[in-house]
Design a protein around this ligand. Structure first.
Ligand SMILES: [Zn+2]
Length: 145
């Protein structure tokens, strides 16, 4: 389950929007209060915008006031953490384990019980609003996605 997705930078550039490419592949940061998800309270699974891996559950999302989507924990072992010394700060970078894309940073000033604040760029995420509890209807709609 540790399969890494490897693509060339040209492939990533073709598949991602310029904003996504800058964040996911060049470790950029989107402006606060500008992303799609910082004020989103919908239920679902936040997936990696680059590869679709399940990263964060909506029930771990909280309002941090920072202007970026914030979570208390990652789903399973979906992310990996790296020491980040850029910009003269010691921070912990959060990357998608499956494809290595940059997602954001994690800080130790989050709410209980984890005390973690995963500060993630909206454009690195893709909210899958399918409610986990509802059984998928079959047959009625023809099934074409
Ligand atoms: Zn990914």
């Amino acid at each position: 389950m540790d399969q890494r997705i490897t693509k060339t930078e040209d492939e990533w550039r073709r598949e991602l929007t310029p904003a996504q490419y800058r964040v996911l592949r060049q470790a950029g940061t989107e402006p606060p209060f500008a992303g799609e998800y910082f004020d989103c309270h919908d239920d679902g699974m936040y997936r990696c915008a680059a590869c679709g891996a399940e990263l964060f559950r909506s029930d771990t999302k909280f309002d941090s006031g920072t202007g970026w989507p914030s979570f208390t924990e990652a789903a399973g072992s979906a992310v990996e953490l790296h020491k980040d010394l850029s910009h003269g700060m010691l921070r912990t970078e959060v990357r998608c384990r499956a494809c290595g894309s940059h997602l954001g940073h994690v800080f130790n000033d989050g709410p209980r019980p984890t005390g973690k604040r995963f500060c993630i760029n909206s454009c690195a995420l893709d909210l899958d609003r399918t409610p986990a509890a509802a059984p998928a209807p079959t047959g009625a709609e023809g099934g074409a996605a």
